[in-house]
Every structure is written in C-alpha cells, then in structure tokens.
Design a protein around this ligand. Structure first.
Ligand SMILES: O=C(O)CCC(=O)C(=O)O
Length: 379
C-alpha cells in the first residue's frame, strides 16, 4: 500500500475525503443550513429584503445563533444594495397641534397613530408613549442585555464561556466606535449582540413601530447600526445636553424609540428633555460642553446654552418599564441624573432613519470615510 505520510494510507485519506463529501452533501438538508442556503440564493437573485424576511421566519420558528449572525450581515448588505431615492417623500406642510400647551405630549400605546406622532414631534419635539411594550417583552430585553454585557466582558477578559457564544460579536463595518469606553459608561451597540437585536426588532415590530415609522417617513425605515444602543447605566451615569443631528447631520429624517426597561426619572437616571420643537441645531462647540455618548465635545451643548434655548421648558418625566419616548435628531436632551439617585437603569435606544435622506448623513472626504455615517441597515 502506498504510504503518504507517517501512519497514513491512501485508504485513510480517501476515507476522510469521503467523510467530507458526506458532510458537505448532508449540510444543505439540515437546519439551519437549508435556511441559510435559501437566503444566499435570494441574495444572489438581488432579493435581500425577502432573504431577511425568510430568515426571520426561520429563526422565529427555531432560534439559531448562525441565523442571527447572518441576518445582521444581510441587513447590512440590503441597505448597500437597495436602490434608494434621494428625493424624500413630501410631508404634510400644515400639521394641527393636537396637544396645545403640553411640554411633552403623553398618550397610551393604543392611541399611538402617525397623526399623533407627527403632531407631537412637529409642535413639541417628542411624545411619551405609556406601555408601548408589555412586561414579558421588557423582561426578555433586560435578560438579553445582561447576557450581552456578560459576553462582552468575558471576551474583553479573555475568558472562554461557551454558554455565551454568539451573544457578543464585533460588527466589523463599524471601525470607529470605542467599545471599551462605551461599555465603561454602561452602553453596548445593539447590533453587536445579534440575538438581542433579533428580539429588539421583533418586539418593536409587535408594538407597531415598523408600520408607524413607515407611515411617518413615507418609506421603509432603516436602523442606524452605530447608534442603536443597549443601556445598563449605573445610578451615577451621566451624559451632556445634545441633539443627535449635530453629529448625524441636521438634514436627515429620523425617529428614536427610546424604550425604558426599568422605572426611572426619580431614583434612577431618566431623561431631561427640552419640551419644545427645534427646527435647527442650537449652539454647540462651547468649551464647557462635556463629552457625550459616542460624540465629541464640539457636538455637545453646554448647560448654559441648553438653559438659554429652553430653560423654562425642561422636563424630566418618570418612566415605567415599557414606556417609550419617541423623538427625532433635533430634540435637545441629556441623561437626567441627580446626586441622590440610588438605582441603575435599563433602556434601549433605537434610531430609525429615512433612507432617502442618506445624502444628508454623509460628508464625503478624500478617503471616502464619513464620520457622520451611522451605518444604516435594514430594519
Ligand atoms: O439613555 C440615555 O441616558 C441617553 C439617551 C440619548 O441620549 C439618546 O437616546 O439619544
């Protein structure tokens, strides 16, 4: 018998190749490979949205980390491949104020319509929606956030924890976020935990957010991958006044679904909000402005300028778990803290975006890199 390498014969090698062939042949007939192969075929046929829909159905029926990872990659591909108009749909010019006198209009989830949303944002800057998400979904997201943070920490400390596999995965297209600093402030990017992202999208869908955002924008919403955030901030967590449009681009169309996952605003950090509509950016770049979120000081607004812009209209609502504040990139706000607070707070921040306004989010440079680009992906 022909010897190939120490202690290996042709029949050994043939046996291995045969096993490989069997494994390869068997793959497409087993879950999740069947579902993944179908999604690949749809992507090759230029149907990424259908591929995301089918993989979502498959994962809903049987959760699988490989599907959740592939879904994220597909969402990213889908935005890059989609044919986008650069003409934003016309918005109504005249919008009635349905909440005269309110600093922060407040409604129950059952009354959340596109008319109420548009009216509140156009005239007051935001809308507080009570009970947007129910208790079991709140519990699921809190558990997901804890697991995602554990997975991030395990990876950062070089610990192998097989039970946490897939719960933290670096999203490579984001080449700029300082993950360690964000984590130290109690923040993790939602797309970097594909199982959490899956649940978050499912839960917001169930709450009617997809349809609402679609009607509001007049086009299907995209999700801003660099900006969607899981928050587990400590009792003394803080953040300065800002408008997100200062670093995303003031000319975009956006909606942030800020979802509280624990009681906050009195004993735990909530949100301070200027209860007014701004149609443009207020003065930034003040030397006194603190560093905020993933932004830089020149995007923040100093307390003095915030006070000047809306001092008599600053509100700090009390949120219960499941309540949401919906606003856009022009709302002036900050994390609302007091030295006497004793509890931490869980929340998610989901920024949705109208794809026809992508041009206003990019500032082309010689290298092609745009620091404003928050990496939209299919929602
Ligand atoms: O959760 C927080 O404390 C800050 C939220 C925020 O700044 C935002 O949603 O843009």
């Amino acid at each position: 018998m022909l010897r190939l390498a120490a202690n290996r014969s042709v029949s050994d090698e043939e046996g291995e190749f045969a096993m490989l062939r069997i494994r390869r042949k068997r793959r497409p007939t087993e879950y999740p490979y069947t579902a993944l192969a179908e999604a690949d075929a749809l992507l090759a046929a230029d149907q990424p949205v259908e591929a995301v829909r089918q993989l979502t159905d498959a994962n809903r029926a049987q959760r699988d980390r490989r599907i959740e990872q592939r879904l994220l990659a597909l969402r990213h591909d889908a935005f890059r491949l989609m044919r986008r108009s650069s003409e934003p749909p016309a918005w109504p010019e005249i919008v009635e104020d349905r909440f005269p006198g309110a600093l922060m209009p407040e409604i129950h989830r059952h009354d959340l319509t596109v008319g109420a949303l548009r009216s509140a944002i156009r005239h007051h800057g935001s809308i507080l929606v009570r009970g947007l998400v129910d208790r079991s979904d709140v519990d699921r997201l809190v558990q997901d956030i804890d697991t995602a943070f554990d997975a991030f920490d395990a990876e950062a400390n070089g610990e192998a924890k097989p039970d946490l596999a897939g719960w933290y995965e670096r999203f490579d297209p984001d080449r700029v976020s300082d993950r360690v600093r964000r984590r130290s402030q109690g923040n993790l990017t939602a797309v970097e935990s594909p199982p959490t992202l899956f649940d978050l999208i499912e839960i917001l869908d169930k709450a009617g957010i997809r349809q609402l955002a679609d009607e509001y924008f007049g086009e299907p919403p995209m999700l801003l991958a660099r900006k969607a955030t899981l928050r587990r901030i400590p009792h003394n967590g803080s953040g300065g006044w800002h408008q997100d449009g200062a670093f995303m681009g003031a000319g975009i169309r956006s909606l942030n679904i800020w979802l509280s996952l624990s009681h906050c605003g009195d004993d735990a950090p909530g949100l301070d909000v200027v209860g007014r509509r701004f149609d443009e950016l207020v003065q930034t770049g003040d030397r006194a402005s603190p560093k905020v979120g993933s932004g830089y000081a020149d995007w923040g607004v100093s307390p003095e300028n915030a006070e000047k812009a809306g001092g008599d209209a600053i509100v700090r609502p009390i949120f219960e778990a499941g309540d949401a504040l919906i606003f856009d990139h022009l709302l002036l706000h900050r994390t609302g803290t007091d030295p006497g607070m004793t509890k931490g707070r869980y929340a998610t921040e989901t920024w949705l975006f109208a794809p026809s306004t992508y041009g206003a989010m990019t500032t082309p440079t010689a290298t092609g890199y745009s620091p404003r680009d928050q990496l939209p992906i299919l929602f």
